[in-house]
Design a protein around this ligand. Structure first.
Ligand code: IVH
Length: 670
């Protein structure tokens, strides 16, 4: 029985409408309808398809998932070989290449595009319909991953044109965003599976899943950067190709720039490297292509790469290197952290020779051994980390990393607390030195870093935190590397630090769980040291933000006679605790009052610590990382990961100029 005409009409309308909504949502990132409305239309579509399966269109949104689990991938040829790119490893190599082209073809223009780091894919469209998707493979033939490619929402199943060419092969990059990569790895880790070393591997691995329903869950995207074979359509320039692909419904390489002069390309290269962390997808360089296709043809290609294009690589954020040793660091709280010593390697512009392995649970989970080859990454403003072990390169004599059964510094007993191993010897010199270094940081005592702290403890000059305040220049001069002038300088710094507000005094005590923020809450509540030392459990629990465990830690600490002795000794050694001032009225009126604020990037007019002090004085709480409860992220030049996190969580983003305006509003002119 024929399908009623009205049904076919309604069906066609629904498919077109849903495809349009998908395009706005996935490609343009500008949703047109609510989820509820979309779901309702999709329900109607499914109802028709169930009743009349014979009219299902291949470009219906329901046809994206549903492929069967394959046993393997079929091989498929590329009609035009998929070549690779020649690399320029730095600005001068890039400039050289551009010069060479200009010498040969002074009229050459350059199309400069981002080089997003994923896995390349060719999509074959016949009469506007996606018929095949092929991985790059060896360049002449790849794997047929059509069922998987169909699940990627930014790949049009049908080109958005009424007049499609008989055939066009669209090429581009399959990518996973940094955020989705991290979430995927977290999930794989929870499930006990193997994690991916980087977003590129995650994209490639997800595209090559034998079960398309797994690919569908991976939130991949496709960004088109060119074409292979085509017929029935003409192009004159690379820009025109990308503009046409935009019109066909693809996401394309963006932001791109048409450059006339070499210097314009260089400017673009610098700008992209500077901004690389602000993109959702990892970028490992730019690609520069001669824009005019007739010049491209004249330049031709080697068997490996075209002569009309080059990749201008950025400094790598990921390298492989070898773990040569492991050492154990003991912090001020006694936590023993395994640290991998690496064969030095440059990652993202800095030499990395040691990375924290965080804790022994992580060592076990990743199965890192001394001798292993590992991936080291340093993305954005993040400290370097090992993301994966290359098990295939493990030498036969690689040595497992075992947790020590005694403290590696004092030989004292250790206990396991959650994922952490802790030294519980109160007199452990590593703990004392760590505590000293922490005090110096809180009190802003310049020149008292890790090595001086260690030396003070080692020479027996500081046995408890109070000893710091009794040091004389002649004591300090006993330390290696100190002479009269430097010792006097440090002495003066210490004298200056003796006068401190109550919150800082509470912070430097090192009460477990009490950092700067909690110390501030305590100081605001108790106002004087005496009140604080006489606090009761109910006093503490009446403070918002302090729970039972923390209250218990605080009480145990302040009631411990040894700690009371050290506190008395500090006062005797000249420490003066200033009572907390009452909060000023205008604080509550500032746009920062009670707000959780995060800074990222460099500010032009203020240092980070000046800016922090100002907003804190206006009632804000400044934190080091972005979470859903952050109120605003103030963004300077070269912002890092925190900027992306702000976008991810939908936290208000305040550009630098606006920040100064807000300060002005609050009466602070900078
Ligand atoms: S053009 C004939 N443009 O980089 C060469 N490639 O390292 C065609 N890539 O295999 C490549 N972004 O997978 C081109 N805007 C872009 C690109 C890009 C990323 C990838 C591509 C290529 C690899 C070479």
């Amino acid at each position: 029985m024929a399908v009623p005409k009205e049904i076919i009409e309604k069906y066609n309308k629904l498919v077109d409408l849903l495809n349009k909504y998908d395009y706005y949502y996935y490609v343009l990132d500008r949703p047109l309808v609510s989820d509820a409305e979309y779901d309702e239309l999709k329900r109607q579509l499914k109802e028709i398809e169930e009743k009349y399966p014979e009219i299902i269109r291949p470009d219906s949104p329901t046809q994206r998932v549903g492929g069967k689990v394959a046993e393997g991938f079929k091989e498929a040829p590329h009609r035009v070989p998929m070549l690779s790119l020649e690399n320029a490893m730095n600005e001068s190599e890039l400039r050289q290449w551009l010069r060479k082209i200009k010498d040969q073809f002074p009229e050459a223009l350059f199309c400069a595009e981002p080089k997003f780091d994923g896995t390349s894919l060719e999509l074959v469209y016949e009469n506007g319909i996606l018929i095949r998707a092929i991985t790059r493979g060896d360049g002449t033939k790849g794997e047929d991953v059509t069922a998987n490619a169909r699940t990627i929402r930014t790949i049009p199943l049908k080109l958005m044109t009424d007049n499609p060419p008989p055939r066009i092969d669209v090429r581009g990059e399959v990518l996973i965003s940094r955020k989705d990569f991290e979430e995927l790895n977290e999930q794989l880790m929870r499930e006990g599976g193997r994690t991916f070393a980087n977003p590129r591997n995650a994209a490639a691995g997800s595209l090559r899943q034998l079960d398309p329903s797994i690919t569908a869950k991976r939130r991949l995207t496709f960004i088109a950067w060119g074409v292979g074979y085509y017929e029935g359509i003409e192009f004159e320039t690379q820009c025109q190709i990308l503009d046409t692909l935009d019109g066909f419904g693809f996401k394309t390489s963006n932001p791109r720039k048409l450059c006339r002069e070499i210097e314009e390309v260089i400017e673009y290269y610098r700008e992209m490297e500077e901004k690389r962390d602000s993109f959702d997808y990892e970028m490992d360089g730019i690609v520069v292509k001669v824009a005019q296709l007739d010049i491209q043809e004249k330049l031709g290609a080697t068997s490996h790469h075209p002569r009309w294009a080059i990749a201008g690589k950025f400094k790598p954020v990921e390298r492989t290197t070898q773990v040569v040793d492991v050492v154990y660091q003991v912090g001020r709280t006694g936590i023993i952290t395994p640290v991998a010593i690496l064969k030095p390697v440059e990652v993202g512009g800095v030499i990395v020779s040691r990375v924290s392995l965080h804790n022994f649970d992580q060592v076990k989970q990743m199965d890192i051994r001394v001798g292993d080859w590992v991936y080291v990454r340093r993305a954005g403003d993040v400290i370097p980390e090992i993301t994966a072990v290359i098990k295939e390169r493990r030498p036969p004599d690689a040595k497992p990393i075992e947790p020590p059964d005694r403290c590696p510094v004092c030989g004292g007993p250790v206990v396991k607390e959650g994922a952490y191993l802790k030294c519980i010897n109160m007199a452990c010199p590593a703990k004392q030195a760590g505590q000293l270094e922490y005090m110096a940081k809180v009190l802003e005592i310049e020149g008292l870093g890790e090595s001086t702290a260690n030396a003070l403890v080692k020479h027996g000059l500081v046995k408890d935190p109070a000893d710091l305040f009794a040091l004389k220049p002649q004591d300090i001069m006993k330390l290696p590397g100190y002479a009269t002038r430097s010792a006097t300088k440090l002495y003066e710094q210490i004298q200056k630090a003796k006068k401190m507000p109550l919150d800082k005094f509470i912070t430097i005590l090192g009460i477990p769980g009490v950092g700067k923020e909690t110390a501030k809450l305590l100081a605001q509540k108790f106002k004087t040291l005496e009140n604080f030392l006489n606090a009761t459990e109910s006093d503490l629990l009446s403070i918002k933000g302090i729970g039972y465990q923390l209250a218990k830690n605080i009480l145990t600490f302040i009631r411990n006679p040894e700690n009371r002795r050290v506190i008395e000794k500090m006062l005797k050694n000249g420490v003066e605790v200033l009572p907390m001032e009452e909060e000023k009225e205008e604080v509550r009126e500032s746009p920062f009052a009670g707000k959780k604020v995060v800074f990222t990037g460099e500010l032009e007019k203020l240092t980070r610590s000046q800016a922090k002090k100002i907003v804190e004085s206006l009632g804000a709480k400044v934190t080091g990382s972005v979470s859903r409860s952050t109120d605003m992220v103030i963004v300077g030049k070269n912002p890092g990961r925190k900027y992306r996190d702000a976008q991810r969580y939908g936290v208000r983003i305040v550009p630098e100029e606006e920040f100064y305006e807000m300060l002005k509003e609050a009466g602070v002119e900078v």
